[in-house]
Structure formats: structure tokens, C-alpha cells
Design a protein around this ligand. Structure first.
Ligand code: ADP
Length: 162
């Protein structure tokens, strides 16, 4: 069974992330969206468990998608799957350098591990969790940016950040 591992912070999950998940679910037998616990990012909007729950609600309609979280190195985390491939979304050129660097290092740490890049949908090229947090702080309508299943939580939580 082929497994796509889609790692990220997902703080919060956006329609851009969801677009990548949907497309990966059509290519792979299963998709595991993995919230990576990264000590480097401070003051998160949602705690890890909350992010897992919000993603779970969003992907409930896809039978071959599930959610996990990990504080392990991605290259090690991937070892628990039979045929894993890392899936990443590429937005603008700005994503390219960092993502290719990560892909090469992951392959160095785990020789079997390939990374597959999906070009972000044009519609979501300029969408990021950071933009969602920024706009939400000012009370902007986020319905074009985050999945409808989690819209009210994200609106409320971002507004509290003002
Ligand atoms: P963000 O950069 O929004 O904080 P993450 O760290 O959670 O997102 O990113 C996880 C993965 O999702 C990365 O591969 C990132 O490039 C990709 N991604 C983020 N936003 C989008 C988008 N709008 N369209 C496609 N891929 C995206």
C-alpha cells in the first residue's frame, strides 16, 4: 500500500492545504496528514491536539485520509509505513529553496524516502496559515481561506489575538 505523508504545521489548516490533500488522496492508497511538533514556532494559534481535531473534521469526508501528529524527525517517522512518499505543496518560488533543501536532507537521512511536489492551485498560491492569522486578527471574513467545517473556530481564535 502506498502512503502519502503530508507534513506541516497546519496552524490552522487552510483551503490550500485541503486542495493538496484531496489531490494526494486521488494518487495514493492512503494519505496521512501529520502535524509536526516543532519547538521552533512559538505562540501557536491552536495547540497540537486542537489542530489534529480541526483537520480530522475537515477530512472526514475522505475515506483514505487520516490525521496524526509527531515530534519525531520526518525521515524517521516515515519508517513506520510500507511505501511512504512525502507530499508537499509548492506555492511561489519562495517555497522552492526551503522545500528542496528539506527533501534532499530527508533523503540523506532515509535513502528510500522520495518527496513529491504538487504545484499549488492558482487559486491558493498566495494563501498561508500566516495570512489567515493576520487577516483574522482584524476580523476579516475567512470563508474564502479556511474549510467551512472549522470557520467559526478560526474566526473566533484569530480575533482573540487582536
Ligand atoms: P504554512 O506555510 O501555511 O504555515 P505549513 O507549514 O502547514 O503551512 O505547510 C505544510 C505544507 O503545505 C507545505 O508543503 C506548504 O508548502 C504547503 N502549503 C501551505 N499552504 C499551501 C497552499 N495555499 N497551497 C498549496 N500548498 C500549501
Amino acid at each position: 500500500m502506498t502512503t502519502a505523508i503530508y507534513p506541516g504545521s497546519f496552524d490552522p489548516i487552510t483551503l490550500g492545504h485541503l486542495n493538496i490533500i484531496k489531490r494526494a488522496a486521488q494518487i495514493f492508497d492512503e494519505v496521512v496528514v501529520c502535524v509536526m511538533i516543532n519547538g521552533g514556532k512559538n505562540a501557536p494559534l491552536f495547540e497540537i491536539d486542537e489542530r489534529v481535531e480541526l483537520i480530522g473534521r475537515t477530512v472526514a469526508r475522505f475515506p483514505n485520509v487520516r490525521v496524526d501528529s509527531s515530534d519525531d524527525l520526518l525521515a524517521n517517522y516515515a519508517r513506520r509505513f510500507e511505501k511512504p512518499v512525502i507530499v508537499k505543496g509548492l506555492r511561489a518560488i519562495s517555497d522552492f529553496e526551503y522545500e528542496v533543501q528539506m527533501a534532499l536532507n530527508n533523503k540523506k537521512l532515509n535513502h528510500e524516502l522520495e518527496t513529491l511536489f504538487l504545484a499549488a492551485s492558482e487559486k491558493y498560491t498566495y494563501l498561508s496559515s500566516t495570512i489567515v492569522k493576520e487577516l483574522g486578527r482584524y476580523g476579516a471574513d475567512l470563508s474564502e481561506f479556511v474549510p467551512c467545517e472549522i470557520l467559526s473556530e478560526v474566526q473566533e481564535r484569530t480575533k482573540e489575538r487582536r
